[in-house]
Design a protein around this ligand. Structure first.
Ligand code: OXD
Ligand code: MN
Length: 599
């Protein structure tokens, strides 16, 4: 295949002059091209063949040891005006960023092959899909892109003669964090990434295009790009509902997206539409419609097992790229939380000998699988519907040991936006930095919102005004712990019990709730807990709203909101004031002294 699009060719020539590769390959997405890339990767060691009789088409990639997660401190939004990027983003002036990165790209592909990968985010037949072209010198990136996006001819056909595509430039550089930058230029619809081969930094269709640049485009064009799973649920009465859920990275989005109804809830069915990103648009019918722009799953491996996610376990038995897992002597992968017990001996994620006595983990905590969506046993027959699916309920969830009940419902859309805006979570291994620290993560989009978050909340409020039947909005927390530090809620398939309450609330408030200062919390009897071994005390703790803990939370919200200055919408400030008042009425003034934690 030769590229026909003149704008792509012009850009490729320009990048070729700057990076001086030995060779340029235009990717067509064919099987032959994939086979060739795999052969080359096996020869260079970029891939290691796994046991092909047990795991056909599966390979292991070991990354550079310091290149294992997104590096948020090296990620920039480069708008002309600093204020447009907001306090939620690192900012660099576009000219400075281009100058700095051009220095790093200069001759960076010398002796290497430059791959040109046209890709489509969204189904081929959808008018909402977007085209990008990624130029990269990483074969691993090409192989992952062909799983996570639709590459080659299909993207070129969608683009036609247009020059309206996202220019995504990626080079591994020398992989040094000292010379690593992931720069977004929303005004030029361009991403420049150098110095990392890690998924979120290097597969530029995912976080860079489908979230950061798409959120910017969504603001301009009247839609939302969100860090959300999309799930279809059918009740025993035969009613199908679609739910989205925003959770920070590595908080169980993939598991929830592939939920298997527990045996004690007969008649329920669940299908996966997407596990990480949702593009949401108001439809002509006044509902909000969601589309998954990706075509694969880039999931966290540790903790994945037949108990936690049987659908994922089944889909990763073939045609899967494993990154940074451990390798057993029989050529199969292993990781912490695998169904099999720890092997007597293995090679760890860096290829070093490992035994159960080793001090370090065998697999990296952020090791990943990349698998095509069509391999997922629970994939929805509607996952590629051009117009998406209509959403009944939206969840905002995070990892919180204290304060936040298992589930509660917002009073209305505006209050729901406020619940999203006040989301905070204990940090995970998906980004570099300390794990387990509480950080604010509004809408689970803190690392992914491509513009000023104050304006982003304003945009959410505007979208709500266009919806005659907006989805109901809920806050969930699977991670509350008891006094012994153990999780109170069993999670995984049992989360369907919470979803059942959510759907009954969305469908005419059929389930019972108590009106509390933070929102509507389920009554004990309104939750279907049949067949679950949960003490009364645990249920009370799960549903408890402690005004003292919430008073602490409200105080820290104030400081956070203040950082957005005049960009903070009045409605969000009003919601904050009202919550503070309701909480204030529930606690004594003496309790309000000296507090500093987040919601
Ligand atoms: C991801 C992430 O890879 O959120 O999806 O880090
Ligand atoms: Mn994610």
């Amino acid at each position: 295949m030769r590229l026909q699009n003149a704008a792509i060719q012009k850009w490729v020539d320009e990048i070729q002059r700057m990076t001086t590769p030995a060779k340029v390959v235009f990717c067509d997405g064919s099987q032959g091209e994939k086979d060739q890339l795999i052969r080359e990767c096996l020869a260079t060691g970029e891939l290691i063949e796994l046991n092909q009789s047990k795991l056909p088409g599966c390979y292991l990639h070991r990354s550079a040891p310091h290149d294992v997660a997104r590096t948020e401190h090296l990620t920039f939004v480069c708008t002309e005006e600093k204020d447009d990027a907001g306090p939620n983003n690192n900012w660099m002036a576009p000219d400075e960023a281009r100058r700095k990165l051009a220095g790093l790209y200069k001759g960076a592909m010398k002796g290497r092959t430059m791959y040109v990968v046209p890709f489509l985010m969204g189904p081929p037949a959808s008018r909402f899909s977007k085209v990008g072209v990624e130029i990269t010198d990483s074969k691993y990136v090409v192989l992952n892109m062909r799983i996570m996006t639709r590459i080659g001819q299909v993207a070129l056909e969608h683009l036609g003669d247009s020059d309206d595509f996202t220019r995504c430039l990626h080079s591994l550089g020398d992989l040094s964090p000292e010379r690593r930058f992931i720069c977004h230029f929303p005004e030029a619809n361009t991403v420049w990434s150098v110095g990392s081969g890690y998924g979120g930094n290097a597969l530029l269709g995912k976080k860079c295009l489908a979230l950061r640049l798409a959120s910017w485009l969504g603001k301009k064009e009247g839609w939302l790009a969100e860090h959300m799973l999309i799930l279809a649920l059918r009740s025993p009465e035969g009613k199908t509902h679609y739910v989205t859920g925003a959770f920070p990275s590595a908080c169980g989005k993939t598991n929830l997206a592939m939920i298997v109804p527990p045996a004690s809830m007969p008649g329920w069915q669940a299908w996966t539409v997407g596990d990480d990103i949702a593009w949401l648009r108001p439809g002509a019918d006044g509902r909000l419609w969601a589309l998954n722009p990706e075509s694969g799953f880039f999931g966290v491996v540790p903790g994945t097992s037949c108990k936690t996610n049987p659908n994922a376990m089944e889909m990763i038995q073939k045609d899967t790229i494993y990154t940074n897992v451990a390798l057993r002597p029989d050529g199969t992968p292993w990781w912490e939380g695998h169904d099999d017990p720890p092997p007597e001996s293995a090679l760890d994620w860096q290829g070093r000998p490992w035994t159960p006595k080793s001090a370090e983990k065998a697999a990296h905590a952020n090791s990943r699988f990349t698998t095509h969506a069509s391999q997922c046993p629970s994939i929805s027959p509607e996952w590629e519907k051009p117009e998406g699916v209509p959403i009944s309920a939206m969840l905002f969830g995070a990892r919180r040991q204290r304060t936040v009940p298992l589930v509660f419902q917002s009073r209305n859309w505006q209050h729901g936006v406020f619940l999203g805006a006040t989301l905070s979570s204990e940090t995970t291994a998906a980004a570099t930095g300390k794990v387990g620290v509480l950080r604010r993560d509004p809408m689970a989009m803190l690392p992914f919102c491509g513009y000023n978050m104050g304006d982003y909340w304003g945009h959410w409020l505007k979208i709500g005004q266009q919806l005659k039947s907006p989805p109901k909005i809920f806050r969930v927390n699977w991670f509350r712990t008891g006094d012994n530090g153990k999780l109170l809620w069993p999670g995984y398939g049992e989360n369907l019990r919470v979803l059942k309450w959510v759907l009954e609330r969305s469908d005419g408030a059929r389930a019972g709730a108590t009106d509390t200062p933070i929102g509507d919390v389920p009554t004990r009897s309104s939750l279907d807990l049949r067949g679950l071994d949960l003490s009364d005390a645990a249920v009370s703790q799960l549903l408890r709203v402690d005004p003292d803990e919430w008073a602490e939370a409200v105080e820290s919200q104030e400081t956070f909101f203040d950082s957005f200055g005049s960009h903070l919408p009045r409605a969000i400030r009003d919601e904050h004031d009202q919550l503070a008042r309701r909480i204030g009425e529930a606690v004594s003034p003496a309790d309000l002294r000296g507090r500093d934690s987040g919601t």
